[in-house]
Design a protein around this ligand. Sequence first.
Ligand code: ATR
Length: 275
Amino acid sequence: MDRYCVMGNPVEHSKSPWIHARFAELTGETLRYDKRLVALDGFVQAIADLRAEGGLGCNITVPFKFEAARVAQIESPRARLAQASNLLHFRADGIFADNTDGAGLVSDIQNNAGVALAGRDVLLIGAGGASAGVLGPLIEARARSITVANRTLDKARALVERHAALAQLHGVEVEISELGAVQIPFDVVVNATASSLSGAGVPVSPKVLKPGALALDMMYGPAAAGFMDWARAHQAVPRDGLGMLVEQAAEAFLLWRGLRPPSAQVLAELRATLA
Ligand code: ATR
């Protein structure tokens, strides 16, 4: 049977096996997808093991997204820009590294939340790995402007400079800001920090929210609760990262199997399961 998995540490609570099993059932595909806890120094070996077992690919989660490039011979342009990968595909011409996180976010915002990004002003909070994975696809969705706000301004600057050519190509204004300095309202606010988890509160002013703005935290469950409560309290539309999770998986499934699974249905089922 065609074999895939998600590798991470920790990986116990990953929803990916459930999501891919549902995608396979609903598309009539036959495959096996499990989760593998990988030792912190064991990523390269884990990839070699999966290939030796006849595995066809894997998803990669914390903390191995940055190591993926080391084992891949071919990298997609979006993985190269992100400097991180959430997906490997073992192809005849070598290991292909891709990043479907940003495509998943854009698809969730546009198709599930119903907010077209073209022409909108977007605030992206954070400049770590999570932000890096989504900035390119947000630019390609032709937002009018994207402001990357981060506690450490140099990290935001490096991220934005890396995307300058892409932003110019698509005519998108991409700027950087310190967290406290963002005082203008946005249509879409994406939290790519784990601010809710740290208990430190949302690190930007509520002035960043236009009335009815979409305010999305890439986390889900209790980790997203603080940000979503804040959004709700300031007349924004809160959204967690569960849709992004399902949509990045759908992009992976498409790449591996050549079929687009019914992701909206699977998202609704997953929400019902978690409720
Ligand atoms: P990830 O891969 O989840 O993005 P990361 O690369 O460690 O993790 O990045 C974490 C992001 O959250 C960074 O943007 C970080 O800001 P710094 O670049 O200044 O470190 C941000 N972050 C973490 N804790 C924060 C806090 N309490 N307030 C504001 N930003 C925070």
